[in-house]
Design a protein around this ligand. Structure first.
Ligand code: C2O
Ligand code: CU
Length: 494
């Protein structure tokens, strides 16, 4: 990554330094691994018909610690992260979204292979839910794993303000861990007074890496201290909810095993160099054995994009007896989910999908007549004006979802997409309704099922999936400002 990408703005540099200072002087407060962002969390609201009612509304979060003024946010039930939803694999989830905001919204269930009508994409799968209105989401998640739910309307603003939460689908046979914790990583762009800086969806961010915040939190807390006992095994569900930031994540002095990527189990794998690289939208399930001595501590860190590390929290070991005399034996893989058994690459529909546009002068797709010249608008539903079409997929800048699909495919056929990044920025390409394999040269694939893949500048990634879920699905860059400025498309499985 270039230096230009690493330094989004002077504001960011100052505050990153300050963020590091705060962590460095040990000003952390002991906290639980649960979101406590709301000052007055309302009890869960369950309607008479069994629907869990989620209110999208304004709230507050103490992002900068208990001494500082809280930050006004938008969240589900006024919380960010919103309430963690838990359901057992094979059980139905019923959620009623009530919109208490003063603009329309929707909920998208990221990574869930569910009915198209429940996917929460405005104008493509449902109409936006207007202020004062509600919408019922009802589905049975097929896969156990770590997922999340978030707004998919006016996302540059709504996601940056905090409209997201974690959805955990529990395995029928839970694995042996002592505790199951979520770690939501987000970056907030705050002003001096602690309020969210309101320059959502601005042209500069969109042209560059997207909206990068300068204040990074775990579970919306200033410093998250996790109390552990020696030889305890933790399951950590890491979720990157940032609009645009790719995080390098690590826990110092520990060996963490990757057990699932984007919700789907993978062969257990010790994290290379101890660092997990997680793009916007992605999740990772880690198993971590607390192998230090009682009384020890170890920082939980993310990279600062400039070669340094920021402390976001710590593992703080209890000084008393270890939980057990020694750590547990190596874990076996999590139980497999009902994913397609085979990919028929020979009969696949193969599409080249170059990624073009943006700033830094590397685009090769030809911008035609300036910023508005990325070719004819394929879509029309978001009302994106021509001058905002600065990114493109396969030569076409999206303006909404009313136009024709990028492709149609018969149900059950394998689709191969060859993403080629011809821009100066990484992109996190996300496909709705399906998980895919990352192909390797020679016809193989990597051992994960992903729903979002980072394509670095001047690199290509080929993905393959079985189009087994009928409906109209969007795919887009999960750097939200890139999506909002054209890097989006949809396809239909018939
Ligand atoms: Cu998490 Cu269309 O996205
Ligand atoms: Cu992008």
């Amino acid at each position: 990554m270039t230096d230009r990408v690493r330094q989004p703005s002077p504001l960011s540099r100052t505050a990153l330094t300050r963020r590091r200072l705060i962590a460095g002087i040990g000003a952390g407060v002991t906290a639980f691994a649960l979101p406590r962002s709301g000052l007055a969390a309302a009890p869960a609201d369950v309607a008479a018909d069994g629907f869990r009612v989620l209110h999208a509304r304004a709230g507050n979060a103490r992002l900068r610690g208990p001494q500082e003024a809280p930050t006004p946010i938008w969240g589900y039930d006024g919380l960010s992260p919103g309430p963690t939803l838990r359901v057992k694999q094979g059980e139905e989830l019923k959620v009623r979204l009530v919109n208490d905001l003063d603009q329309a919204t929707v909920i998208h269930w990221h990574g869930l292979r569910i009915d198209n009508a429940m996917d929460g994409v405005p104008h493509l799968t449902q109409m936006p839910v207007e202020p004062g209105q509600s919408f019922d989401y009802r589905f049975t998640p097929p896969d156990a794993g770590t997922f999340w739910y978030h707004t998919h309307f006016g996302s540059s603003e709504q996601l940056a303000r905090g409209l997201y939460g974690v959805l955990i689908v529990e395995e029928r046979e839970p694995p042996q861990v002592d505790r199951d914790l979520m770690l939501v990583v987000d970056d907030w762009r705050l002003m001096e007074n602690g309020e969210i800086q309101p320059s959502f969806g601005n042209f500069h961010d969109a042209m560059m890496a997207g909206r990068l915040g300068q204040y990074i939190t775990l579970n919306s807390q200033d410093t998250l201290d996790l109390k552990v006992k020696a030889n305890e095994r933790l399951r950590l569900r890491i979720v990157n909810t940032a609009n645009a930031r790719i995080f390098g994540f690590r826990i110092a002095d520990h060996v963490a095993r990757l057990m699932a990527a984007d919700g789907q189990p993978c062969p257990p794998e010790i994290m290379r160099d101890g660092v997990l690289r997680l793009g916007p939208g992605s999740r990772a399930d880690l198993f971590l054995d607390a192998t230090l001595k009682p009384g020890a501590s170890a920082p939980i860190q993310v990279d600062d994009l400039r070669g340094g590390w920021l402390d976001l929290g710590r593992l703080v070991y209890d000084a008393g007896e270890p939980m057990r005399p020694q750590a547990l034996a190596e874990p076996t893989a999590l139980p497999a989910n009902p994913l397609p058994k085979t990919l028929d690459l020979g009969k696949a529909l193969v599409l080249d999908v170059p990624l073009d546009g943006g700033g830094m002068g590397m685009m090769m797709g030809g911008m035609g007549g300036g910023m508005g010249g990325m070719g004819p608008g394929r879509f029309n539903g978001y009302g994106i004006p021509p001058q905002q079409r600065i990114w493109a997929l396969a030569g076409i800048a999206a303006t909404g979802h009313d136009g024709p699909p990028m492709f149609k495919v018969d149900r059950g056929r394998t689709v191969v997409l060859n993403f080629a990044n011809r821009t100066a920025f990484p992109h996190a390409m996300h496909v709705h309704g399906h998980h895919f394999r990352q192909l390797t040269p020679g016809g193989g694939h990597r051992p994960y099922w992903l729903d979002t893949v980072i394509v670095d500048p001047e690199r290509s990634e080929s993905i393959a999936f079985v189009a087994d879920n009928p409906g109209k699905w969007t795919m887009h860059c999960h750097m939200i400002e890139h999506m909002a400025f054209g890097m989006a498309a949809w396809f239909e499985v018939t």
